[in-house]
Design a protein. Sequence first.
Length: 418
Amino acid sequence: MNTKYTVPRGTSDILPKDAYKWEYMESLFRKVAKSFGYQEICTPIFEQTEVFERSAGDTTDIVQKEMYRFQDKKGRTFALRPEGTAPVIRSYIENNLGSDGQITKLFYIGNMFRYDRPQAGRSRQFSQYGCECIGTVHPYYDAENIAVFWTYLKTLGLKNFVVEINSIGCPNCSETYNTVLKEYFQKSLEILCPDCQSRYEKNPKRLLDCKVPQCKEIAMKSPSMLDFLDERCQIHFGEVQRYLKILKVNYIVNSRIVRGLDYYTQTAFEFINNNLGSQNALGGGGRYDGLVQQMGGKDTPAVGFAGGFSRLLLSLEQENLYQGEFARPKYYIISFNEETTSKAIEILDFLRNKGIYAEFEIEKTSMKSQMKSADRLKAEYTIILGEDELSQNMLSLKNMTTGEQKQIALDKIEELCL
Ligand code: AMP
């Protein structure tokens, strides 16, 4: 049978020619997050389904339509994680991470899974980076959390993005606002998409989040949440902006941001690259003061964000930004026969044990083919081990950029590590 296997729809391979770009994006994120005092946490890629149903809210698209659910052999239901916050909070509670009464700052990098319609910038398996700051209501931490994301993108060199912020208030403000919104949308109810008709009943704020053009147009003219904030939320939003200014984060206020998940309160924000087409959000986040308690922990406020690496990579490519470096050997060893080959392997092993990338291809025996390989791999130097060299206990070292050549005594090969 002639079967041709392909990757599942909505997923892709990261090939060696691109892997170093991912390594670069991930390592830089780790570095920036750590400099803001965040520590790494890794949670499993699947959780009990309730972890997401309880947290994200069962009216959200993620839970209703996009979650990969499965049963194990004992009939228990699990879900592949569609997002990173709920698992981090589950772990925070389970491991008592806040028991010292201090603020807990956690970051993660990992694959998420959503059964979504695949298109440019949207896949079914995608990698996210995120930061959660748990245990404080202070508005400085909303600004600091936004600043991690901002600093990361700036350090990558990205220019084409904007930070949009909003406050969606607390349950107290939402009560009035939801009524006003329902009044507003009621006259257009019949022309709203079916999803919006159900949002109208269950969670009117999510009407502002619809991507269907007709719904979007109606939502554009709806009353602004910012006009319905109570005094506490107004002050909080003002303070967040004050700290953002001190942190030199440029932002605009966009009162239409609601975020896709139910657990957000007060601050909501998005990082947008308008050159990315319809999937233009690099990431987003906000404050979620009710979530820890909702998931069974103590009443604990928190703020966090998540961004996606694939849209980030598209953005970096659009701006022709440096994305790390394809690893190239420092040394390519050239040898011609069995005698010199044993020595070649010894030197190769010596260099690799010193952590130096060295290459040797045992099946190639001609100078020409080995030089060609050294060029193809962009080796910095070639080490030539001919019979002449060996008889003098020497090796020849050639700088592949300048063409300069010199000899080194075999009992001084430590010099290669300098
Ligand atoms: P969200 O959790 O939906 O706010 O997503 C945060 C970020 O993750 C988005 O802004 C995207 O960069 C990325 N993201 C979310 N869903 C997908 C997806 N289906 N495919 C690729 N990236 C995604």
